[in-house]
Design a protein around this ligand. Sequence first.
Ligand code: SF4
Length: 94
Amino acid sequence: MNDPDNWLTAALCGGDPDKWFLEGVRPQSAKQLAVRAAKTACRRCPVKLRCASEILRIESGQPAEMRAGVFAAMTPEERAAVDPVVQARKRVAA
Ligand code: SF4
């Protein structure tokens, strides 16, 4: 945690947030359980704010269907919903 470039070493996903790319999990009930488990871990993660900041920066402007995985306790749809660039585009297009 002291090294700002090494923040993932403290992550509860073991430094591998990609492990919660759950789009391929079937059936839907199993996917829902997996997403819930990922979100529970993220909520307890000591670096969740940094994770949220990084993933929202990386995905900025991407629609939900271009995103994948659970990061910082948010699904792709939830991240798109809080992305100001995505929301601004929707307002302009409306
Ligand atoms: S908030 Fe979740 S995805 Fe992000 S680093 Fe922590 S455990 Fe991993």
